[in-house]
Every structure is written in structure tokens, then in C-alpha cells.
Design a protein around this ligand. Structure first.
Ligand code: YH5
Length: 292
């Protein structure tokens, strides 16, 4: 079934975006004619949403996510959860590079979740297809680190820094502020010589936002889809716990429901822990759901 469009072919509504419906992502050129599934592969000893993982365990997990239908695997060696300890460049590379190597030929596009320009350069040299930066390439040197390659790029909004970002975030109009920020970051990337078809944007659910902010952003997903293809990451997050009252280990149904709704609102890529369940739900939506 690899690459077969019968897998979960929910068409992207053209009405939501007048941009070329193509996403250039290193070795792969994705036609955004169905939602893509990005599986989360943490390589951190302390991930509390997902358990801790050594590089060897992360490779096994990544292969399982690919088998379950992941189009992209997002490898993360630095925890971005609130209050997480900083990781050195070398420690992050020691975690991520073996996993990149081990998953290189699994068939999925490989994303690396990093904020550090030095890590970006090293993983691109090692064959990463996508750089997923929760700081939207604002770190000095980050735009330059990625501009000369053909990797995909995810520009995410975060208010503040992972440390302390959840302490009383305030916005005047959260949707307007996040839209403006992401438009500015897309503009900065274009100015740095990065092709538009390499760019994704992400409102950054849970990154310096209250439940109310996250709800407003979720409902505004169609508005974001006018700017660039949208990556939505809500899997197992606190906002789902706040709505359902469930702890992180019991948020599967909430995560799948939210992923489907994000797809219906025009998200191009769904970043999830539970790939197989999300792929099944997308198949059901495609066959039994309303035409877009
Ligand atoms: C994202 O949204 N998120 S890391 C806490 C959880 C569950 C999950 C309380 N990297 C995003 O996944 N990159 C992360 O339970 C991301 N978009 C993009 N582009 C946080 C995470 C998580 C945190």
C-alpha cells in the first residue's frame, strides 16, 4: 500500500488555499491532495507524553509508525515541553543522527525537530528531508543553515521560550497575532531565498497558549491554510486533557477526533503519536464522510 492514494485520500479543499498544492520536502514532492500523517519519534530519555527512548528503540518505533502508514517521521532529540532541560548540540546530535541513519531508507520522509542551526546543518548533511523548528527559524543563523538545501521547513508559532511559556500567556487577538507572526516568518524565509513550496506553517498548539487560545486557533485553521499548508499538532496535548478530563495516557480518542477535525479544517499534515489509529479514522472519514 506504500504511496497508494487509496490509503486515506481525503482531498484537500481547494477553496481553502490558492497556493500550489505541492510540498517539497527533500527527497519527496508531496501532492497535498490528502492529509499527510507525521508520526512522532521522540529520542529523549524523559518524554512524558510518549515514554523515554534510546536511539535503538526510536528506530524500532519509527519503523512501526511507517508500517502503520506514516508519510513523515518527526525525530526529536530535544524535549520542548514546558520546563524541560536544555540539551547541548552534541547530545542532541548523538540522539538524532543514529535514528536518521537507521530510518533513512524506510520510505517515509524524515523530519528533525530542532531549534539549533548547528543541528540543522548536521542533519541536512546526514539526509534529513524536513526541519521542524518550533522557533520558526528565528535563531541567528537558522535561515542560513537551511536556505541552501531543498528540505521542507515547518515554521511554528511559540509565545516565549519552552521554559516558562505556559505561565499566564496573554494576547489581544490570538488568531490575528499568530497569523501576523506566521506571515512575517514566511516572508523572512522567502527573503532568504527559500522557495514557497518548501514551507509549512503551524499555529503551535500548547506553546504559550491557554485552552481558550488553543480553541480559537483550532477554529481558525481554515484561515491559516490561506497562508501556507498547515501542520497541526494536538496529539495527546494538555488542551485535550482539559476538555476531556483525561490524563496523557488516555487521550487516544480525543487525539484522533481532533486530528480528523483538523483535517476537515484544511490541515495538510497531522503530527500524531498514534499513526495507525489516525490513518484508520482518515479512511473512515474519506469513505463515509461528507464530500468536501
Ligand atoms: C507541534 O505542535 N509539538 S513537542 C505535550 C503533550 C503531548 C505532546 C502533555 N513539536 C509540536 O508534542 N512541532 C512538539 O502532552 C511540535 N508542532 C510542531 N511543528 C510537544 C508535544 C507534546 C507535548
Amino acid at each position: 500500500m506504500r504511496g497508494c492514494h487509496l490509503q486515506h485520500p481525503v482531498p484537500q479543499p481547494n477553496t481553502l488555499s490558492d497556493l500550489p498544492a505541492m510540498f517539497r520536502c527533500g527527497r519527496t514532492l508531496f501532492a497535498l491532495d490528502r492529509p499527510l500523517v507525521m508520526g512522532i519519534v521522540n529520542v529523549t530519555p524523559d518524554s512524558f507524553s510518549d515514554g523515554g527512548r534510546s536511539p535503538r528503540q526510536a528506530i524500532v518505533h519509527g519503523l512501526a509508525l511507517r508500517e502503520a502508514g506514516a508519510d513523515i517521521l518527526d525525530i526529536g532529540g530535544e524535549s520542548t515541553r514546558p520546563g524541560a532541560a536544555a540539551v547541548s548540540i552534541q547530545a542532541e546530535l548523538d540522539r538524532v543522527l543514529p535514528v536518521l541513519e537507521g530510518l533513512r531508507d524506510c520510505g517515509a520522509a524524515l523530519s528533525v525537530d530542532t531549534m539549533k542551526p548547528e543541528v540543522m546543518r548536521a542533519v541536512l548533511a546526514a539526509g534529513a528531508d524536513l526541519i521542524n523548528d518550533v522557533r520558526a527559524l528565528q535563531t541567528p543563523g537558522a535561515l542560513e543553515a537551511v536556505a541552501g538545501s531543498d528540505c521542507g521547513l515547518c515554521l511554528m508559532h511559540m509565545r516565549g521560550e519552552p521554559r516558562g511559556m505556559q505561565s499566564d500567556p496573554r494576547y489581544g487577538d490570538v488568531v490575528a497575532e499568530v497569523v501576523r507572526f506566521l506571515r512575517e516568518r514566511v516572508e523572512a524565509a522567502l527573503q532568504a531565498g527559500i522557495a514557497r513550496e518548501r514551507l509549512l506553517i503551524d499555529p503551535g498548539f500548547g506553546f504559550g497558549k491557554t485552552l481558550e487560545h488553543n480553541i480559537a486557533l483550532f477554529k481558525a485553521l481554515p484561515e491559516f491554510a490561506h497562508i501556507a499548508p498547515v501542520l497541526a499538532g494536538v496529539s495527546r496535548k494538555s488542551m485535550l486533557g482539559q476538555i476531556t478530563g483525561r490524563p496523557v495516557g488516555a487521550r487516544l480518542a480525543a487525539s484522533v477526533a481532533a486530528a480528523l477535525l483538523a483535517a476537515r479544517r484544511g490541515a495538510a499534515i497531522l503530527r500524531v503519536h498514534d499513526v495507525g489509529d489516525t490513518v484508520d479514522a482518515l479512511k473512515i472519514m474519506n469513505v463515509l464522510g461528507d464530500p468536501q
